[in-house]
Design a protein around this ligand. Structure first.
Ligand SMILES: NC(=O)c1ccc[n+]([C@@H]2O[C@H](COP(=O)([O-])OP(=O)(O)OC[C@H]3O[C@@H](n4cnc5c(N)ncnc54)[C@H](O)[C@@H]3O)[C@@H](O)[C@H]2O)c1
Length: 324
């Protein structure tokens, strides 16, 4: 059976999700697209129905499952509408810009009594991260004690505000660190570079591990995500993110992606395939609404630490049984 998917938001990420569903995902079809900008929706609609009202797309009986790829501030409201309609949803990260809104989504899902929300923390499907986690669990580097993350963008998008380096970008490292280490961050400290960019954020986990992350929004040379996991018996880290190495103009090396789409193309593709399969099997995969809440909740407390200059003791609610 083919899953009929509606995609809300057809900007950079939404257009890529539409492409993935059409060209690279077995068992799914794009039944509808929606964008507040009607022309943008039409440009990717093809034979799919076009909407400008996301709630109308969610209510459409032709739509069985929904992808949300609108700006951060809209995610929770649209995810809540999907839960109310009983439709599975792949919601782009972050689940919400505030912990309070993210918790509303968790509460609605708990009340519905079943997992309908997957949050688009796609690094969990990236082959390099998957290999690092496998290696740690297999004991190949011994006990993991430290994780170094680097998150550099060529240039911050124009809609970025100061705190979004944490609430929109660093949330990826919060999620992937929890997933890689199978531990929970319990405290955080933040240092700001000149002019507030880059940031260096260190977190300690409930197993005493240290997670260090550089978030550099305007690194200019390219999009560069790197992670190194340090164990008692060795380390494992990402290799250069290209398949080829070039010799040219007296230089030897690989080139950087301009942004996340080419760097994480495989992760987005594998995530989409896994999401569609999970709806068929009823076995949830990827980041849950609870994981989405945790990432946003920690980010919110890191922003306060950034503003006050204090370290943060990270406090979160109790995980409901639905997510155990
Ligand atoms: N998982 C990742 O790696 C990743 C990477 C980039 C962006 N994102 C997330 O994806 C989301 C979209 O980012 P983007 O870069 O594609 O942004 P974008 O600005 O390119 O696209 C957003 C689109 O949503 C439309 N839109 C805005 N409000 C709407 C509404 N109420 N109803 C319908 N359409 C609406 C806009 O017209 C626009 O076309 C963001 O939340 C961002 O954090 C995730």
């Amino acid at each position: 059976m083919t899953l009929k998917v509606g995609v809300i938001g057809t900007g950079v990420m939404g257009a890529e999700h539409v492409r993935l569903l059409r060209e690279e995902t077995a068992g799914a079809t794009v039944a509808a697209v929606c964008d507040a900008d009607a022309a943008r929706a039409q440009s990717v609609a093809g034979a799919a129905a076009g909407f400008t009202d996301p709630l109308a797309l969610i209510a459409d009986p032709e739509v069985e499952a929904v992808v949300i790829a609108t700006p951060d501030a809209t995610h929770a409201r649209l995810a809540l509408a999907c839960i109310a309609a009983g439709k599975p949803v792949l919601c782009e990260k972050p689940l919400a810009p505030t912990a309070e809104e993210a918790l509303q989504v968790v509460s609605a899902e708990v009340e519905a009594g079943r997992r309908l929300v997957q949050v688009g923390y796609m690094r969990r499907f990236d082959p390099a991260y998957v290999e690092m986690r496998r290696s740690r669990i297999a004991g190949e580097i011994g006990e993991a004690v430290l994780l170094h993350n680097t998150h550099r963008n060529a240039a911050a998008p124009e809609w970025f505000t100061g705190a979004m380096a944490v609430t929109n970008s660093f949330v990826h490292e919060i999620d992937i660190s929890r997933w890689l280490l199978d531990s929970e961050p319990v405290s955080a400290r933040v240092l700001q570079g000149p002019g507030g960019d880059p940031l260096v954020i260190t977190m300690e986990t409930d197993r005493g591990q240290i997670v260090s992350t550089e978030v550099y929004m305007n690194a200019r040379y390219g999009y560069h995500v790197h992670a190194q996991l340090v164990g008692r018996d060795g380390t494992i880290e990402m290799a250069a993110p290209t398949a080829t190495v070039t010799n040219h103009s007296l230089r030897h090396g690989h080139s950087w992606a301009e942004n996340w789409v080419p760097r994480f193309r495989d992760a987005y593709r594998i995530q989409m395939t896994a999401w569609v399969r999970s709806i068929r099997t009823g076995q949830p995969v990827g980041a849950s609404a609870w994981d989405g809440y945790v990432a946003t909740g920690i980010a919110e407390q890191v922003v306060t630490a950034l503003q006050t200059g204090d370290s943060a003791r990270l406090l979160l609610g109790v995980r409901p049984g639905l997510y155990s």
